[in-house]
Design a protein around this ligand. Sequence first.
Ligand SMILES: C[S@@+](CC[C@H](N)C(=O)[O-])C[C@H]1O[C@@H](n2cnc3c(N)ncnc32)[C@H](O)[C@@H]1O
Length: 162
Amino acid sequence: MLYRLALKQLPGSVLLEIGSYLGSSSCFLAAAASEIRGGTKVHCVDTWKNEGMTEGQRDTWSEFQTNTLRYLTIIVPHRGHSVKIAGNFNEKIDLLFIDGDHSYDGCRIDVENWLPHLKPGGLVIMHDYEWALGVQKVVHEFIAPRAITVGTLPNLYWAWIK
Ligand SMILES: C[S@@+](CC[C@H](N)C(=O)[O-])C[C@H]1O[C@@H](n2cnc3c(N)ncnc32)[C@H](O)[C@@H]1O
């Protein structure tokens, strides 16, 4: 679905993912970006230190690099804490995919810091919406009230927002 939603973007769009981990979802976004063409980029934000994951901290940077090698010209990695990256990010985003910190506070901080970078009418996609209660609460409080059109699948929520 992520790939299909990304395919709806126009050539030259800016796609951004928070929480890229080993690069699986990044590859879906990048595959769509390569079809859209026009210089469409996928910005990937992560500490690549396995932040907040149940298996504990480890460095996942080299695995991410290996797994996304074929999309080297499309993916732009930003290594660091998502809030810090947001403070230095100067482009307007067409598609924002959030799959980073799943706690209520962590997810809320991401939404508060990244939604202002989204273009009006832009698309926000939230992963693990079904099982992560923090993500669900953030969606209800901060995204749903601004949603123009909403879609859901088990574990995925997306909305074009005002
Ligand atoms: C669930 S994994 C992402 C899975 C990935 N989207 C996929 O589908 O393959 C969460 C990732 O978010 C990163 N992360 C969590 N909190 C973060 C934060 N505040 N800033 C940057 N990265 C963060 C972790 O390091 C981890 O790699």
